[in-house]
Design a protein around this ligand. Sequence first.
Ligand code: DC
Length: 291
Amino acid sequence: MLDSPWNCRTMTVPFLHGRKPFRMSSSKTLEPQKPLLIAIDGPAGAGKSTVARLLADRLEIPYLDTGAMYRAVGLLALRAGHGSPLAESVHDEIADLAARHSIELESDGEAVIVLVDGEDVSETVRTPECALMASAVSAISGVRRALVPIQRRIGLVRGCVMEGRDIGSVVFPEATLKVFLTASPDERAKRRQLDLEGQGIEASVDEVKQQQRERDLQDTSRADSPLHVAQGSVVVDTTGSSLDEVVERLLSELESTSNFSLDTNGGNTIRSRNHGGLVRRRSAPIEEESS
Ligand code: DC
């Protein structure tokens, strides 16, 4: 069952929304091609998920929502009868839940499907209760020790746009591009409130803002892997920006901060200055470049 990282307990697939993807090519040197890893961290409601998904689409690499994994563990803890805050005496029990249960992420092309032991819990894990519990369980080192290696394995298969709180600092400090996405507290709360409304969950902007404040405090003040701007991250404030503007900004950051550059003549192409001669395509992952 664990013979390939894609067969491990957690997996995801790229989201493709019909936009022409970027293609990557590599140099004539015989260096092995490094996977393209993009780390997106930031507080709740900064727009990480949507931006990460669109970026993965354009780059044609998988997208991984690591928050969904912590939410799944949060749900397991709620179902085991735990409430937030969590006493230290239950930390081992919760870490054990994370290690023992099957957590899988899939995509239906639009949203992340979260499966816990094969049960579709995608809607349940998005509730405010589960979000708070996810934040509480994510402070347990044993939970992080169970999830981080899986995230690394997934990312290293074919590269990834991975979003969370510790991707640029702990999971992939060596990522090709590290981004810290943020927005004003008002805008973050408004976006999140709209998301919840879309799921049929009623909450006022003030309530959402209060929950986000609580979660931000927990996520930034925990001892293990707290949310912070990782060294080498580009800080992008998305307040007042459209999704397209943010994605374009990240693509140009990728061009300027890494070995990749956009080939504007050829349209949507990313070229590596270090690695050439190979081009990745959707159906055949790596093939010889024709030109
Ligand atoms: O991204 P999200 O809101 O779905 O994440 C839910 C919680 O999971 C968040 O409050 C903190 C935690 N988390 C984390 O600690 N590390 C990550 N890489 C992702 C999420």
